[in-house]
Design a protein around this ligand. Sequence first.
Ligand code: AMP
Ligand code: MG
Length: 691
Amino acid sequence: MTSFDSFAMVDWSGGNDTGPRPRKDAIWACVVRKGRAEEPIYLRNRKIAEQWLHNLIADEIASGRRLFLGFDFPFGYPKGFAHALTGSDDPLRLWEWFEERIEDTPKANNRFDLAGEINRRFSCRGPFWFNGLQRDIDGLPKNKSDYHNPFPDRRSVELNPEAKGSFTCWQMGGTGAVGGQIMTGLPVLARLRRVFAGKVSVWPFEALDTPVAFVEIWPSLTLGAGPEGRIKDAWQVEQVAMSLAGMPPEELAGHLNVTAAEEGWILGVSQHKPDIAPPPLRNDCFALPAGVNWTPVDDALALLRQRLTVVTATEMVALPKATGRILAEDIIAKRSNPPQPNTAVDGYGFAGAAPEGPQVMPLHPGRAAAGIPFDGLVPEGHALRVLTGAALPAGVDTVILEEDVTVQDNHIAFHGPLKQGANTRRAGEDVTEGDLVLPAGRRLTPADLALLSATGIAKVLVRKTLRVAVLSTGDELVEPGKSAGPGQIFDANRPMLLSLIDRLGFQPVDMGRVSDDREDLRARLNSAAKQADVILTSGGASAGDEDHVSALLREAGAMQEWRIALKPGRPLALGLWDGTPVFGLPGNPVAAMVCTLIFARPALGLMAGEGWQDPQGFDLPAAFEKRKKPGRREYLRARVRDGRAEVFASEGSGRISGLSWAEGLVEIEDGARHIKPGDMVRFIPYGSFGL
Ligand code: AMP
Ligand code: MG
């Protein structure tokens, strides 16, 4: 239940009576009732403030209005403090504990003495510090030179970068300090809570199912000092009350939806649920239907799509760091674009349409430019100089292009007709506040950053980057750059796969090479499973004597040999190693690359949180002839020249030069085909795979 009828915000103070004349750093409050703001109220001391709060709560309850009551001091202390004093983690017990001990009058209170008394239970060097009195207090350090705090310095909420600039609960005085406000504030709240027992609930410790909610706010979270001539405290409580009163209930509910049992929270600071990775994949996720010999490509893809799930946790990143990252939640516009109606051109603005024929209008003094609005009203029949991007001033809804106008003797002349609204942009014509801007799963592009910025989004919740381990297997492999003996070849797959993973927007993890030795391979897989979310191996995936990848996966009981009806490609060993999915790719570089693009890539995308991505191909006339038997799908190394698809002269799957020559793949369907030059074939550029 988060809709309220009245919103009252209170800016608290731990100081003494501030006299009859309204002044800053005193207690200020502002009420917005049924959407109407009252004048901010000056409350010169806490006794008066408590009485005022009492009356407000009683009135609102009596009138059947739900009251949201915000206070600008912490409702709880950092972890462990409540328990140390009261034997309970419940912050509301701590409220009562303070209420029993704080003596407060308009002219004096014992908060520094109580801070000293508390410190004497610990090291006498903390947790509290700062003494605002003339006399020394045993146990209360005046400054932080020998300070020692047995508790955390800050609450979790204060560690959030959004709460930058907040003060700790431990500082008892000095400009901006809140230590004194809490100690003098909590006893007042504790009493009100008792007087109105059952009618008041405290956020975020209790369910807000009563007529009155006490909520911790911090106006400086979003507000500066305010306009000149206004008392900051008065202005801030008014602004916060109006903004919360005007907020859609769903949005307010979103802000109120936090869990912070002991320490409390500041309304408006975002809280992200603990960063727990989603559950691992099921052991049987790669199981193929029994009795099937050769699995068609589409069936294999459908299986992967159906079985695999997101495996990455989430994190918040600032917009400049978000390119290429995958959104973990839907993004809703915080602001319309454009935020207000404005002119699309440099020219002259006036009201209404201009009829056919010559027009003359007196020029109104002043101008409106982007970021420098024109304050006054443009009188009917007058025109004002406007520059591109300027907010339309009152009295202007139509703009004539500067090039179409002659200016003379303080008048403009042009030829009609001109439609009403010409050359202007409507507020929100691009995006309206509250619109879905980008969906979860979107991989952010540079243009997306522009869209997010324009709609008021400064940081986004994204998926952690999927870590993909790459491992080569084979006794014959030598590291490029080393000398290769007879029978040895350089490891070509690993550099290719690592770079491919990087290009696809995942994080490559180089697991090196391993010889055809089962124990070595086992150790390497163990280590890869710890460091990565997915493992790609190449080589050793068939059923031969030296095919240890498939042997080990089979031994682990979570292996499937995928005999996919595909050329080039078979075999593909899919399995889970210690819960981590393994794609056992064929050793032939051409097959390794094709299998990665066709199978691993969409699977990785799904696990990374970007959803299933089908590569976009298009049909082109062939520049080649080919006969193909039915039974399996084929991918040919291809490129486009003069609008026709050429294919590499040799289909040998060890021909690495062809991979490099190609700029994409021609996909030939599973059935039989006789392709003649000029026949249409499907070409998928490497770019469509995200390369
Ligand atoms: P395998 O799948 O292990 O039977 O290997 C099939 C073919 O691919 C053999 O000719 C291997 O020598 C070759 N091969 C395996 N791994 C690589 C690699 N990392 N770089 C280049 N060729 C490889
Ligand atoms: Mg091998």
